[in-house]
Design a protein around this ligand. Structure first.
Ligand SMILES: Nc1ncnc2c1ncn2[C@@H]1O[C@H](COP(=O)(O)OP(=O)(O)OP(=O)(O)O)[C@@H](O)[C@H]1O
Ligand SMILES: [Mg+2]
Length: 261
């Protein structure tokens, strides 16, 4: 059945994806078929991302963007294909193993802050899975030093935080585990415009200064692509276009379909 996204053409090949992430490959997905229950959502999906690179997934509702993050983290049924981190297969690891053993963090964004717990207690929740509690405390301390907004509210209940500060706490909680890969689903959702830039500045610092690899889903395609080194346009569980963020911003089809141009 023809639809408005057919103009985007056929999926880019592996060579195209590898050209976008030529050095120091960090995470790869190859030939992934995955979904929920028996339903397959992602079809023969490939992804390549370099260390300290940022990749943004855009596409219409229901295309499977969140399902890609879920698959990397271990929340889906994987029928076929392979996920590797630095050349080691991690396809079948559980989310707890992903977080504590291989350093992949999934940042929850659905109001996951506990309002009556203090900011500090919320932050330390991020380390609950760490065998070495001392390390979690150390990392929490480093985060407080870095982010004044959290430091100033350290002993207050999290409900006093603004929307932007709350998002900062959600991101920081994932950092307690010192992950090398951050999976971030719609960081700007529900935020007032003044906080959206703040969240992207925080992500930029994590990528540039702390060398985190970031895989991001963003409904605000313009913001997401401006932020990211590379982007994939996902349609019906497959990549229709892959390119540098800047090039996708200039692509007329992407503009018309996703940037309101
Ligand atoms: N937990 C689940 N169980 C069953 N089906 C699901 C589940 N989560 C998502 N789906 C289905 O998988 C498909 C892809 O959903 P997904 O959430 O990955 O889309 P998306 O691209 O993130 O969309 P959106 O932009 O709306 O967030 C949809 O048809 C959705 O109904
Ligand atoms: Mg989604």
């Amino acid at each position: 059945m023809a639809n408005q996204y057919d103009v985007l053409g056929k999926a880019p090949g592996l060579e195209d994806l590898n050209k976008l992430s030529p050095n120091d490959v960090h995470l790869t997905i190859r030939g992934l078929n995955a979904g929920y229950g028996k339903m397959e959502i992602l079809h023969n999906f490939d992804l390549t991302v370099s260390k300290a690179q940022s990749l943004c997934l855009i596409g219409p509702n229901g295309a499977g963007k969140s399902t890609i993050l879920h698959s990397i983290y271990g929340f889906t049924n994987i029928f076929d294909g392979k996920i590797e981190l630095e050349g080691n297969e991690i396809t079948k690891l559980t989310p707890a193993q992903k977080l504590s053993k291989v350093g992949i963090a999934y940042i929850l964004q659905d109001n996951s802050v506990f309002p009556d717990m203090t900011v500090e207690e919320n932050l330390l929740m991020g380390g609950y899975i760490k065998d070495k509690q001392d390390e979690a405390y150390e990392e929490a301390e480093r985060i407080f030093q870095k982010y004044e907004r959290l430091r100033n509210r350290r002993n207050q209940p999290a409900k006093v935080l603004s929307g932007g500060e709350r998002r900062l706490l959600e991101i920081s909680r994932a950092l307690v585990m010192k992950p090398s890969v951050l999976l971030v689903d719609e960081p700007s959702i529900g935020l007032e415009p003044k906080y959206i830039n703040m969240v992207f500045e925080i992500l930029e610092d994590l990528q540039k200064a702390e060398k985190k690899t970031i895989i991001l889903v963003e409904q605000n395609a313009k913001k997401g692509l401006e932020f990211s080194d590379i982007g994939y346009v996902l349609v019906s569980g497959q990549t229709a276009i892959a390119g540098k963020g800047d090039d996708l911003l200039k692509n007329p089809d992407v503009g018309r379909l996703f940037l309101g141009g």
